[in-house]
Structures are given as C-alpha cells and as structure tokens.
Design a protein around this ligand. Structure first.
Ligand code: R5P
Length: 294
C-alpha cells in the first residue's frame, strides 16, 4: 500500500475508486446524505490525522452543490489534521477566469481563494479551459491533458477514413494539434465568435472539401452543444462522411445531445471527468501518474 489515501467525493465515486486502485491507496470512508432541500451532510469515518489525502470531486452540474461538497470535505479533513490534495477533474467556473465585461465577477478567482481557505495544499484538474486561469491560484495547481488518451481511444476503436481533426475555435487549436499528432491526421481550426451579452455563437466558414472523409471535432467541453453543433453543420455542408464529437468534459446540458444529433454528429466520445454514457476514456492513469511523480 502507498502513503496516499483517497477520499471519494460524492460526485466522483468511480473515478476515486480507479485512482485508489492505480495508486494502491486505501479509500477513506466518506458518507454523504442528501436532504430534500438540496443540502448535503458529509461525514468522514476514518482516522486521517497526519495522512496525505487526495480528495476526488468533480464540480459538474449541479456545480454549486458539488463545489460546496468539495469545500466541506476538504475543510473537515484539514481540521482533522490531514494534508489535503484536491483532484477536481472538471473544474466548474473555469470559463469565468477574467472580467469579459465591466462589473463581472471573476468567479474562478473566488473559488481559488475558497480552496486555499479550507486547507487545500495542491489542486489537479484535467484540460482546464485556459492554462492562464491557473494564475488565479496562490498555491500549486496543475492541469493534465487527456487529449492523447482521447486520440488513442478513437484511433483504436474506429476504422477512420482519411481522418481530419477539427477545432471548433482558435481557443482549442493547441488541443487539436496535439490530438492530430497522435491520430497522425491533418487538422484545421474554425474561427468562432461568441456574443458576450447574448451568448450567441457564429462560426466562420472555410473552403474545405471533406467528401469521403471522417472528421473528429475536438474541444475541452461540450456544454449546451452550440459550438460543436455549428462546426458540425459546416462539416456536413462540406461533405464529411462521418462526424465524431470528442471532448474531455461532457457537461451536456440544455438538450445538447439532440442538438448535436440534429447537426449531423454521429458519435460523442468523452472522458470520465464527468460520468455519462459517453465517458469512455478513463483519466485516472493521468492523475495517478501525477501523484506518483510528487
Ligand atoms: C469555449 O471556448 C469552449 O472551449 C467550448 O467550446 C464551449 O464552452 C462549449 O460550450 P457550448 O457547448 O455551450 O457551446
């Protein structure tokens, strides 16, 4: 057994179990009761004094609830004398990392302060929306990339014909480049604009001939599906044979799956930073690797 203990947060039980198996680390007993009004009560039933504990808790929707659970569990473990490390595979609010319009709250900065205040010594996440956002934290933080694992999975499970990897916006062009390197495919980035007031998306077209080609759209997250749907419509118009939508974080809210299907997406493939039927790629090896190197 290793020196680490793993505390499963209620949002990430399976991922915590995978991580504890990979690290050969004991799982801490954490009991959670959900009350009808949405509040949760969390109880730690183990001696954690002087132990190094990795909490695994993703903050997908309901984001605020999962966040409060993460903060509560961290606070309790710190109070009991443990050294607390947090794995937050999907970091909610990561897109609110700067003041886009005057007067907006930089919510990720608030979360960074809260995490520190409950004793988190170090935080690890997966494919944070923007690496620059890590600068808001005043303690060590790291973002692992799941892109090579996603690409490997898609390569191994599909007979792709003349594949081309596609980024729905310039913000994901580093990701698509890394993805295409593993897939050994060409890649292209679309230019997307989002109206900050209305959230409306427009994607600039490109002169492409995709007849007979399989296309893989790659993004950090699919939330409402708007960005990937716009991109998929263009790929179809240019003759794409098949469209796979791949992402790290399958947030999939507000009818996203239907929107993607209607736009011509054939398949959705994601990681298990958020549990869903599309979460085929396990990120626990990445996280285990990080802690083995510490
Ligand atoms: C934005 O730049 C992100 O990389 C995603 O493309 C975006 O947040 C996904 O959101 P939605 O699915 O609502 O378009």
């Amino acid at each position: 057994m290793s020196d680490w203990l793993v505390a499963p947060g209620p949002a990430s039980l399976d991922l915590a179990a995978n991580l504890s198996a990979k690290l050969r680390a004991k799982l801490v007993t954490v009991e959670t009761i959900d009350f009808p009004d949405g509040e949760s009560k969390i109880r730690v039933d183990d001696d954690v004094r002087n132990k190094k504990i990795i909490i695994v808790q993703s903050t997908y929707p309901p984001v605020d609830k999962h966040l409060v659970q993460l903060l509560s569990l961290s606070h309790k473990l710190s109070e009991e004398g443990a050294e607390v490390y947090a794995v937050v595979p999907y970091l909610g609010y990561a897109r609110q990392d700067k003041e886009f319009m005057n007067g907006e709250v930089v919510t990720l900065g608030v979360i960074a302060r809260l995490m520190r205040s409950v004793g988190i010594k170090r935080m690890v996440t997966v494919d944070i929306h923007s690496i620059k956002a890590l600068g808001l934290f005043s303690f060590p933080v790291y973002s692992c990339s799941s892109i090579p694992l996603l690409a490997e999975y898609i390569r191994a499970h599909n007979e792709l014909q003349k594949p081309i990897s596609v980024s729905p916006d310039f913000g994901s062009s580093n990701r698509v480049e890394a993805f295409a390197a593993v897939l050994k495919s060409e890649f292209v980035s679309f230019k997307k604009k989002r109206d900050r007031a209305t959230g409306e998306i427009s994607t600039e077209d490109q002169n492409l001939n995709l007849h007979g080609r399989d296309t893989i759209i790659i993004d950090d997250m699919i939330s409402t599906g708007g960005s990937v749907a716009k991109c998929a419509q263009l790929l179809r118009q240019h003759g794409a044979r098949r469209i796979i939508a791949a992402c790290t974080h399958p947030v999939l809210v507000g009818g996203a799956v239907d929107k993607l299907r209607q736009a011509g997406v054939d398949e959705i493939i994601a990681t298990n930073t958020i549990p869903s039927k599309y979460s085929k790629v396990d990120v626990s090896p990445l996280i285990a690797n990080y802690f083995e190197m510490l």
